[in-house]
Every structure is written in structure tokens, then in C-alpha cells.
Write a protein that binds this ligand. Structure first.
Ligand SMILES: C[S@@+](CC[C@H](N)C(=O)[O-])C[C@H]1O[C@@H](n2cnc3c(N)ncnc32)[C@H](O)[C@@H]1O
Length: 259
């Protein structure tokens, strides 16, 4: 995976380090999501309304064939995708840095008597797996997160992947209604979180990319306002109530490549 030239787009909260070719957040971003990841029930309540038609995973299935493969779900969260992979894959490693998420997944595995998911507690920057042991690494809203050292994470992903293994990463794209709301109405201290690593991932690893349209769909405006208000704070709650919004469009970028 060869390196390319400097990204052209300017991101106000980020600066570009020409030496490492990495986009760096100019200021430290307090990560509100981290406290959510420590409460999997709350996390699950929120993401229940994100991408309800499963467009992300449907797109993945067009890119790679999970059937009979060994998958690493890097930053698996509550396992919303993990359990879907397990239906067709040979084995799924479910890795997360939150002990609470790992315990939550363990419970689900036990309850549903699933045999091919192995939960792993740890960081993507130091994956507790042998080199060349995984066919596909998937990182949805995780590898590119503000709390991940993306350079170390990519190195580790490439280490555990078998030769010709595949990697798919996805995150919210920095354009579209969801990120516009975030930029305009969130608490200022988390506004920096709205710039994703799309460009960096594309540049550094020569990944192919796709941008897809999905949405958040809440049952009521109040639910949308309460949950969005809880996550990104600021004036978001007020804005959603005033504009009677219970559907929020979101663009997601998917980057993928081969080792
Ligand atoms: C937004 S959630 C996404 C969860 C899941 N992939 C999904 O799409 O529902 C991000 C998850 O990645 C985990 N995570 C973020 N950075 C991580 C890292 N460096 N190492 C391990 N887990 C990480 C968080 O703890 C959290 O559970």
C-alpha cells in the first residue's frame, strides 16, 4: 500500500503532518462516546436507530464474501454487526477496548448459544491475535475514531491479516445532514469530532472508497431530540424539537483494500 500526495481539502480542526502523512486533531477532543461505550445498554439504545435498513453491512457484502472466513470485528461495540457476520463466517473475533462491551457480548453469546464468536478485550493498536491469522478485518465507526491511534491500528491490522486478506473501514463522512447538525449545534468541545479520516485512509493506504447514503430514524421527534441531545449536547435537542426532525440523513464512507 503506497503513499500518495498531500490531501487537498482543508479541515479546520485538523492539521496534516507531511512526515507521517497523518491528519492530526489540532486540539484534544474529549470523547463523550467513551462513557457511552461503558454503558452498552445505552449504546445499544442509541444505535438501534442508526442505519436501520442495514445499508452499511449490505454494502460490505458487495465488497467481500464473509462466507466461511475468519473475521476480526475491530471495535465491535455491542456486536450489532458481529452477530450478523457469525451467521455466515467460520469464526468472528469480537475485539473492543471496553470491558463492559465485551461482557455484554459474552452474555449475548451465552444466551443465543453461539459457538463461532470469540470476544477479545483489548485495543486495535495491539490486537491479541497471531500474525497472518485473519481473512477479513472490519472496523465500523472504530478504527477511524478519535480515540484510536490510527497509524498503530493500521499496522496491527496488516500484521494479523493473512496475505491478500481484506480490510474494510467505515465512518460517517464529513458532509451531510448528520455532520452538519453536529458542527452547528453540538457542544463546542466535541465539534472537532466531526472530521473523519476518510481522506487520510484513502491517501495513506490507497484504499478504494464508496460513500453511501443512510439515515437515523427515530420513532418520535422527542426520542431523536433526547438521544441526540444526550450524545452531542449543545443546542441539538432544541434544534430537532423545533424542526420536528425524527429522521436525520447520514453519509457514510467505506474504505477498503487488500493486504
Ligand atoms: C461507535 S462504536 C461502533 C461499534 C460497532 N462497530 C458498530 O458499528 O456498532 C465504536 C466501538 O469501538 C471501540 N473502540 C474504539 N477505538 C478502539 C480501539 N482503539 N481499540 C478497541 N476498541 C475501540 C469502542 O469501545 C466502541 O465500542
Amino acid at each position: 500500500m503506497k503513499r500518495k500526495s498531500k490531501p487537498k481539502e482543508k479541515l479546520p480542526f485538523m492539521s496534516y503532518d507531511p512526515e507521517t502523512r497523518i491528519l492530526i486533531y489540532k486540539k484534544k477532543i474529549p470523547n463523550r462516546w467513551l462513557s457511552i461505550y461503558k454503558t452498552p445498554k445505552k449504546h445499544e439504545e442509541i444505535i438501534r436507530y442508526e442505519d436501520p435498513k442495514n445499508k452499511i453491512i449490505k454494502e460490505y457484502k458487495k465488497i467481500v464474501n464473509f462466507k466461511g472466513k475468519i473475521i476480526l470485528d475491530a471495535g465491535c461495540g455491542t456486536g450489532r454487526q458481529t452477530f450478523q457476520y457469525a451467521k455466515i463466517a467460520k469464526k468472528v473475533y469480537a475485539l473492543d477496548l471496553s470491558k463492559e462491551q465485551v461482557a455484554f457480548i459474552k452474555n449475548k453469546i451465552k444466551k443465543n448459544k453461539i459457538r463461532n464468536i470469540e470476544p477479545l478485550f483489548g485495543r486495535i493498536e495491539k490486537i491479541p491475535l497471531k500474525s497472518n491469522s485473519v481473512d477479513i478485518v472490519v472496523g465500523t465507526f472504530s478504527v477511524t475514531s478519535t480515540m484510536t491511534d490510527r497509524k498503530k491500528a493500521m499496522k496491527e491490522i496488516l500484521r494479523v491479516l493473512k496475505p491478500k486478506g481484506k480490510v474494510i473501514l467505515a465512518d460517517s463522512y464529513h458532509e451531510g445532514e448528520f455532520l452538519d447538525i453536529w458542527r452547528k449545534y453540538s457542544d463546542p468541545d466535541i465539534a472537532g469530532g466531526c472530521y473523519n479520516c476518510y481522506i487520510q485512509t484513502k491517501e495513506m493506504h490507497k484504499f478504494k472508497t464508496k460513500i453511501i447514503n443512510t439515515e437515523w430514524v427515530f420513532p418520535t421527534v422527542k426520542k431523536a431530540a433526547d438521544l441526540f441531545g444526550y450524545v452531542i449536547g449543545g443546542e441539538t435537542r432544541k434544534y430537532l424539537l423545533k424542526n420536528k426532525k425524527k429522521r436525520i440523513k447520514m453519509k457514510v464512507y467505506i474504505c477498503y483494500g487488500v493486504k
